[in-house]
Ligand binder design. Sequence first.
Ligand code: ARG
Length: 582
Amino acid sequence: MSIIKNVENDITKTIQNLGYEIPRIILQPSRCRELGEFQINDAFTLAKENHCNPREIAEKIVTELEKDNRFVNVNIAGAGFINLSFSESFYLDFLKELQKDIKNNIDMEPKKKIIIDYGGANVAKILHVGHLRSANIGEALKRLARLLGAEVLGDVHLGDSGLQSGMVVSEMQRRYPELDCFKETYQGEEFSLPITSEDLSVIYPEASKKAKEDEERMKECQEITFQIQKGHVGYNALWNKIKDLSIIEIKKIYNDLNASFELWEGELDSFAYIEDMLAYLNEKKLLEISEGATIMDIKEETDKKEMPPIILVNSKGSYIYETTDLATIYGRMKRFSPDEMWYVADSRQELHFEQVFRASRKSGITSRDTKLEYIGFGTMNGPDGKPFKTRDGGVMTLRDLINLVNEETRKRLNPLITDEEEQKEISKMIAISALKYADFLPYRTTDYIFEPSKFADLEGKTGPYHLYSTIRMKSLLKKAENLGYKDYSIHKLKNEADKSIMELLLTLPKVLKKSYDVKSLNDIAEFLYKLTSAYNKFYSENHILTSKDEDLKTTWLALTEVVYKTNLLLLDVLGIRVPEKM
Ligand code: ARG
């Protein structure tokens, strides 16, 4: 249990021993720093329940807390706000606890199995900036949930059953009619794909353009898509090869973004469950036929807005996006029976998930205990406040965007790094930190403007600022090690600067808990900034290594190490890699 929680439990017991019924008190960082570091506001609720004056209750509590040597300056402000600060000895004990293991500053969540569906790249299509946030947020939430004790599987859930499959196959048929997979007699024999990734990146846009211009061609693409879904041997053999080729490129980008997935499944993998699922729904008498489509009513009594039925088989007999998502849940329950499934996808998909979740609960594919959660996010806009565009006005691909930020971070690279390969690698890592940190800073559902030059800066609320500062902490520790220091012993703190760092560290468990509850990383990003700035202030005001006071020096080194490790831990949760130098 974290130290702060432990203190809260003790204070709660103290209040209960005074004869008051109270579930748990919360220590809040004080709004008025001069009065104390933390405050307790519970005297007000207690007063209401016990029909007495809050100040009277506050006084009794204060009398008890004053006896506890962990606290100093316990006082009452206003009508009954209790303020308190922590004593130096408390902070030193806290620092010792963190020195043993910084994870002692984390409160674990109840153990759960969670599947997080994020990334969502589409096969044969280019990843665009809209896919960035899903990858960033999903990966960070996965890491956060793991840190707090959950067992998590990440599923990239590739878009592979859509019309693009028919389009690409039809274009391939025109370009390479001699391929074995197109022969009447084809039965799954091995053949080699005559195209590269670069070819594919032109084939899809071209195929899509042709289909949009020509009705006949569009019909053909739809027919092939349908055949692929039904398991046509030749088309599937080809599409699977195209998928493998496309996945190589998709993996490169996710790798740059430091996002990795345990499951590389796609919409097509859910087809194995569709028949079973439809039979199950049919048996429960939940399906209806309407205008040739198979649908399911998902209205609920409390609905305030119109809720359209979910379509599971369209009038052409095809399975659609809703079908694959519901069947994916069906399959996941059979294979993994997770306690929760989280979906990180852009806000246009909210209704889609609402429909799928309702159908899943109503039919009992998932029980009431299984939590299905849609985690939407706002749009990342360019400096003009509109969706990101390339210089010539085209749609910005994720690769273009990474390159654009890379140009900015490259300019700011330490000139002492001369090795070309090293420059490339480090600059890219910094660029990703810039992109990710900017992405986490606003609350998840808020739209934000990404200005490459601003977020590549080494100062301010940026990824590079945190990397730079963290590397500096590391090099200080390295210097200390070279001077023969290790296992820094902890003796005393000196001033506001070092104490304010300890104060911040105390609040970390709450920051993590809140981020986990609301599934937004903004509080972690903010905390990192506060901690890093507090440390940098302390660093500039105190000459750690040249201090004449050895006791102070080793304590400060311990403090540096704890902040360094906390930064590493949190940057890792955010999926931000820290280079050796920059
Ligand atoms: N492929 C989709 C897209 O690009 C995102 C997939 C989201 N996940 C899901 N299970 N539907 O918009």
